[in-house]
Ligand binder design. Sequence first.
Ligand code: CP
Length: 319
Amino acid sequence: MTTASTDFASVPQTWRRSHLLDLESLTTDELHLVLETAAQFKEATAGCARKISVLPGKTVCNLFFENSTRTRTSFSLAAKRLGAETVEFSATGSSVSKGETFIDTAKNIEAMNVDAIVIRHHTPGTPHLLAQNVHCGVINAGDGPHEHPTQGLLDILTIREHRGDLAGLTVALVGDIAHSRTARSNIWGLKKLGAHVIVCGPATLVARDWEKLGIEVAYSLDDILPRCDVLNLLRIQFERQTTRPFPSVREYALLYAMNRERISRAKKDILIMAPGPINRGVEITPEVADGPHSVILDQVTNGLAVRMAVLWLTIGNHV
Ligand code: CP
């Protein structure tokens, strides 16, 4: 297995990517390297609280065409904790409203000597297109329903911290699988690390076809619950849907919300995760979101560790 550098003097030679576009194309060794590097950054920065200036003189631009709380803030903080400068771009208030194209916008930002662009966009494949058109590093912060690689990494890092090796663990992704970039990145990452993955939700949001990826498809949370080591509860993404996928939110919650009663029927040490934002009372009740099984805020802290690792690996110095 590839191990991370312990002193952060130079990026390991085994890492040759200047972009992180998805988890689908990452090798298992690369996946282990990012996770190990994130764990080491977390330790070296006292739980992501301190600075470690390994990217002095570098500039990271957050180019966000969609709203964000966690991803944007943590990429920005991660860059600052590594000693890099940051610049924030939002489509609202920019010259995009005057007709400037996406590529022209990105090239203009790159021309200001930016080392990495962190891109969130509603169109799948936008980060890949950007990587073909700029010379700086490109990191996918979520491209429509396609992938959200750093979310997948931070979810996996959180499971690893609480359970160790992922091989043999049963991890269920519950909810709006059809529109979830988090689901796709988790599936690629979890499968590479040997976990058994179940996708579970209403048939309108979970197609039987997902089985082709070598994962289990389930329509009853109550049936799979006793087997699960981890539940990752995904938000219903009404903003990406053209029709209502179920009769009412109340009915969805009745069948799929993680609540006190379901916790009592789950494994004693089940981990409850959610990528956020959470909708309390829809996919998770407040007593579960804030309860002893929940690692939702650990995920957020690990987001910083993972984003420090990804920024350093993609734009850090090579010997
Ligand atoms: N989990 C996640 O991507 O959250 P934000 O949309 O707030 O960044």
